[in-house]
Design a protein around this ligand. Structure first.
Ligand code: APR
Length: 258
């Protein structure tokens, strides 16, 4: 099937599905300038996840971990949602029944939802994602249950200058899920419910290397519902996809969802 025919097939599948589960990964943010994790320019090429994205790493050296997340916050702050984020947000605001589940912590889906809602004069909430891995634009306390939106610059020059909880004074940490940690239960329950009801699934920009995120898309396929994959490279979903659209999110999502 050539690309145009595949695109049309995917358009029909998604338009005919009353409920759609969308799963995104780092690839949807690549064209915004946010590095992915695996692959030639991926974050894990230069950093070892176990040195920076685990509770043990934070306990061992909270200053180093905050320094890395401060760098990532600065990187993301300089980025903007790309045409793929915006096409998805407009599509979600223009129809019912779409649940977006993201592995990304860059908050670019949220920014795209606000931009699209402003352009449409409406409420962004239908286009907001379920955040399986949290957000670098949020912090939470390492001792009490305090949590807050906040991506202020962090002074990581010394342990004493790291952010402290306003409620109990303990160290604050990025509100992201680290390797070896449990995902937020409410997010998993919402994603699981969406996977059980979905009539189709759209996967964009994820290699499918990490569970349980990849499992939500696979659960839709196990219910014999069609899967559309958008990715310039190979993914773990390719063999089960009804349609694979080989290309970048920014190039494929506008004609697919527009
Ligand atoms: N458009 C769409 N997809 C793209 C683009 C693009 N412009 N550029 C790259 N990709 C694809 C890659 O081909 C790859 O399949 O995005 C995918 C990125 O895969 P990963 O780097 O593995 O990122 P992701 O799947 O989101 O990782 C999942 O792993 O390290 C953890 O917590 C981290 O959330 C992350 C999780």
């Amino acid at each position: 099937m050539d690309h145009a025919a595949a695109l049309e097939r995917a358009r029909v599948l998604l338009a005919e599905a009353p409920r759609v589960l969308v799963l995104t990964g780092a690839g949807i943010s690549a064209e915004s300038g946010v590095p992915t994790f695996r692959g030639p320019e991926g974050l894990w090429k230069d950093f070892r996840p176990e040195d920076l994205a685990t509770p043990e790493a934070f306990a061992r050296d909270p200053r180093l971990v905050w320094e890395w997340y401060g760098w990532r916050r600065g990187l993301v702050a300089a980025c903007a949602p790309n045409a793929g984020h915006l096409a998805l947000a407009h599509w979600m605001l223009g129809r019912a029944g779409v649940t977006l589940v993201t592995q990304n912590v860059d908050a670019l889906h949220e920014r795209a939802a606000r931009t699209a809602a402003t352009a449409r004069g409406g409420d962004p909430s239908p286009a907001l994602p379920i955040r399986l891995h949290g957000s670098i634009a949020r912090v939470r306390c390492t001792r009490c249950d305090h949590g807050a939106e906040g991506d202020d610059p962090v002074d990581a020059t010394a342990r004493e200058t790291l952010p402290a909880c306003p409620a109990c004074g303990a160290l604050l940490r990025p509100d992201v899920v680290w390797f070896g940690e449990a995902l937020p239960l409410p997010a998993m329950q919402r994603a699981d419910a969406a996977a059980r009801e979905a009539d189709a699934c759209l996967v964009v920009g994820t290699a499918g290397a990490v569970q349980p995120a990849a499992g939500y898309a696979m659960a839709v396929v196990r219910r014999r519902r069609p899967l559309v994959v958008v990715d310039p490279g190979p993914t773990a979903f390719d063999g089960m996809a009804e349609v694979k659209l080989t290309g970048s999110a920014g190039a494929v999502l506008p004609p697919l969802l527009g």
